[in-house]
Design a protein around this ligand. Structure first.
Ligand SMILES: Cc1cc2nc3c(=O)[nH]c(=O)nc-3n(C[C@H](O)[C@H](O)[C@H](O)COP(=O)(O)OP(=O)(O)OC[C@H]3O[C@@H](n4cnc5c(N)ncnc54)[C@H](O)[C@@H]3O)c2cc1C
Ligand SMILES: *[C@@H]1O[C@H](CO)[C@@H](O)[C@H](O)[C@H]1NC(C)=O
Ligand SMILES: *[C@@H]1O[C@H](CO)[C@@H](O)[C@H](O)[C@H]1NC(C)=O
Ligand SMILES: *[C@@H]1O[C@H](CO)[C@@H](O)[C@H](O)[C@H]1NC(C)=O
Ligand SMILES: *[C@@H]1O[C@H](CO)[C@@H](O)[C@H](O)[C@H]1NC(C)=O
Ligand SMILES: *[C@@H]1O[C@H](CO)[C@@H](O)[C@H](O)[C@H]1NC(C)=O
Length: 348
């Protein structure tokens, strides 16, 4: 991007969306693209985004349409970045901590070593004595991974962006073209909002309901291998999950689901029966066969606006956010190079 002997205009970049994907992409751009200004425009901010509802565990969800080596790279990038934060003085501000625990299965899975097993720490099969805790299960994996306290992490990202000179505006974007006069490049990180905004019918909601309880004695995670039932201890409370309801847009808590979640979790961890102060949260996972990480040039009456899409992270946005932010930033770099190329041609 450095073209010697030529002064370049400062590139104005808008990022739509202030969930973990929008904020981490904005931070990545502000750290690595020279001569640019970054503005986040979003209808909702923490604590009101889907990203605030997430448990924030770093365990990848598999995207059927994305090559495994690419998903692994996104996960590794994210894990290594957060592990560095975890090992710095920033850890508690950023809400990043380590958590050890068990993923258990009723039947032995095809993949005894999932693709991410060498990215997390100390991955191994559970031994007989550990399995005694779970008489209904036949097989298990023990490992240590990272977890984000999602609202703290979002606040931390937002602060970081401001330190790097980025700005933040609260408003809904009806049509991307609105941003054309004020920005050179737009990055679309609107999560499930892209369904409406882009008319992307490949994107659908997967409703997730979780409980937050106070149970400070629970400090190991337990996850059923099917990913439906889980107990994830966090800094402030324990997240109990969950539900996976495809194409359900309801954000209202459902009492019978809460009872079902609680019962499933107590079956794995009976001590939760003494948990206190239950709160219920609901979020819509922005699901898609493949994460949309793509450039597109919008054209309106002879004018062009480059757009970089970064949405559709489904049930695993926290686990891969830094990796997809890096890829989106690379695409922004390509858009800038194209703009520099066309403006130098125009001058000739
Ligand atoms: C119950 C539950 C548990 C989860 N647990 C985990 C987990 O443990 N680990 C994990 O990795 N992932 C987990 N996830 C998945 C994770 O939450 C998502 O993948 C991630 O939050 C997606 O982030 P996002 O930034 O794309 O979306 P969002 O957080 O929804 O952000 C989208 C942003 O775009 C804005 N926006 C949308 N439309 C417009 C518009 N028209 N104009 C302006 N702004 C707009 C919104 O206001 C919002 O700020 C979980 C999800 C749920 C529901
Ligand atoms: C979050 O939503 C609540 C209720 O709608 C609102 O009062 C609050 O201002 C919102 N917070 C932010 C940061 O937007
Ligand atoms: C995302 O991009 C599409 C174009 O593909 C556009 O129609 C839509 O308005 C954009 N969404 C936002 C929130 O900017
Ligand atoms: C969980 O932690 C959050 C953040 O500190 C807090 O607002 C909420 O009240 C807690 N819920 C319970 C049930 O302890
Ligand atoms: C959506 O989920 C809620 C809570 O589980 C349920 O009550 C409702 O019937 C569902 N709606 C649809 C359309 O499936
Ligand atoms: C639980 O709720 C009770 C009553 O609202 C409150 O007094 C207590 O401080 C809460 N405990 C925790 C750990 O949040």
């Amino acid at each position: 991007m450095n073209m010697p002997g030529k002064s370049m205009a400062k590139r104005r970049i808008a990022v739509v969306g202030a969930g973990v994907i929008g904020l981490s992409t904005a931070v990545y751009i502000s750290e690595s693209v020279p001569k640019c200004s970054v503005t986040v425009i979003s209808e909702r901010f923490t604590p009101n985004t889907t990203s605030d509802v997430a448990a924030g565990m770093l365990i990848p969800h598999t995207y059927q349409g994305v090559p495994i080596h690419e998903q692994k790279e996104w996960f590794r990038e994210t894990f290594d970045y957060l592990f560095e934060i975890r090992n710095s003085a920033e850890a508690s501000d950023a809400g990043i901590h380590l958590v050890s625990g068990w993923q258990i299965f009723k039947t032995v899975p095809d993949e005894v070593f999932p693709f991410w097993s060498d990215v997390v720490l100390g991955f191994r099969s559970m031994n007989e004595k550990e399995m005694k805790k779970f008489p209904q299960h036949r097989f298990g994996q023990a490992f240590t991974t990272l977890k984000c306290d999602c609202p703290s992490y979002l606040v931390w990202l937002q602060k970081r962006l401001k330190v790097n000179g980025g700005q933040v505006y609260a408003r809904r974007v009806e049509d991307l073209w609105e941003l054309h006069s004020k920005f050179d490049i737009v990055v679309n990180c609107s999560g499930i909002g892209s369904r409406e905004l882009l008319g992307d019918s490949q994107l659908y909601p997967v409703r997730g309901q979780v409980l937050k309880v106070h149970a400070p004695w629970v400090n190991h995670f337990i996850r059923d291998g099917d990913g439906l039932t889980y107990i994830y201890p966090g800094i402030h409370n324990v997240t109990l999950g969950g539900t996976r309801q495809k194409d359900n847009w309801s954000l209202s808590p459902d009492a019978s689901s809460s009872k079902d979640i609680f019962d499933r979790c107590c079956a794995l961890e009976p001590s939760l029966q003494r948990a206190q102060n239950m709160t219920v949260k609901v979020g819509l996972r922005p699901a898609r066969l493949v994460v949309r990480l793509q450039k597109e040039i919008l054209v309106h009456g002879g004018k062009k606006l480059p757009v970089v899409h970064n949405y559709g992270h489904g049930g695993g946005g926290f686990s891969v956010h830094r990796g997809t932010a890096k890829e989106a930033t690379r695409l922004v770099g390509e858009c800038i190079a194209a703009l520099e190329g066309s403006s130098s041609k125009a001058k000739l």
